[in-house]
Design a protein around this ligand. Structure first.
Ligand SMILES: *Cc1c(COP(=O)(O)O)cnc(C)c1O
Length: 228
């Protein structure tokens, strides 16, 4: 008897792309207004190359050191790669982050905003910047508290001269994500921000319904990550 073939990474990528398209159209949005950030954390070049060969160019990593070890070599082979930092950023890694990443999704406190502003001026590189909002108010999670978000956005703009493009959130894993997506959309709207980084493998169609412009999808493309 034939067993169903296990889909490979290129097939899983095509499935995710089709789901993005479907969710966008169902919400009267243009599919090309939703960027797929393929989250390749924990996966090595042998897993990433098939996804590059299938045409994907935007990737997300959550650790500066891991990205630094993996991506420079891949970039030599695929010069048009766009790399996004989606994990927490420490001030002592800001220099490397600005030189390595094209977008940083996790600006979440004045100290990191100040350090990034200094590095951006020094290096003449301008990664796209997103502010992470801790929509669930979770103590252990990074992100600015929702009730401090307006003031922090203003501080980033006026005090540090940062061109903030949008907001990012990671809803609590044990709650329905929709209210968190709605809250992030509301904060973005009242602050004149157009980009929303939200939605992961389990919930990106719902995020698209609430206006996500960047969905961060890992396991649905690369398969399950080994648990530490
Ligand atoms: C790992 C990670 C993702 C991707 O998660 P999946 O459930 O594998 O799609 C998205 N966003 C952030 C911030 C992550 O750390």
């Amino acid at each position: 008897m034939d067993r169903p073939a296990i889909p490979n990474a290129a097939e899983r990528l095509a499935f995710v792309q089709a789901e993005i398209r479907k969710a966008a159209l169902a919400n009267s949005r243009k599919p090309e207004d939703v960027t797929l950030v393929a989250v390749s954390k924990t996966f090595g070049a042998e897993a990433i190359v098939p996804v590059l060969d299938a045409g994907q160019r935007v990737f997300g990593e959550n650790r500066v050191q891991e990205a630094k070890a993996k991506w420079p070599a891949l970039r030599e082979r695929y010069p048009d790669i766009e790399l996004h930092l989606i994990g927490p950023l420490q001030s002592n890694k800001a220099k490397e982050a600005v030189s390595l990443f094209d977008a940083i999704h996790t600006v979440d406190r004045p100290k990191i905003a100040e350090t990034l502003a200094a590095e951006i001026a020094k290096q003449g590189r301008k990664p796209k910047l997103f502010i992470e909002v801790n929509t669930g108010g979770e103590e252990q999670k990074a992100g600015i508290a929702p009730d401090l978000a307006d003031a922090f956005i203003k501080t980033c703009r006026d005090r540090y001269g940062l061109a903030i493009e949008g907001l990012m959130c990671i809803p609590p894993f044990d709650e329905p994500p929709a209210p968190h997506f709605a809250l992030l959309q509301k904060i973005a709207k009242r602050n004149g921000l157009e980009k929303l980084s939200m939605g992961m493998s389990a919930d990106f169609p719902s995020a698209i319904a609430f206006g996500a412009t960047h969905v961060r999808v890992g396991s649905a493309i690369f398969g399950e990550r080994p648990h530490p």
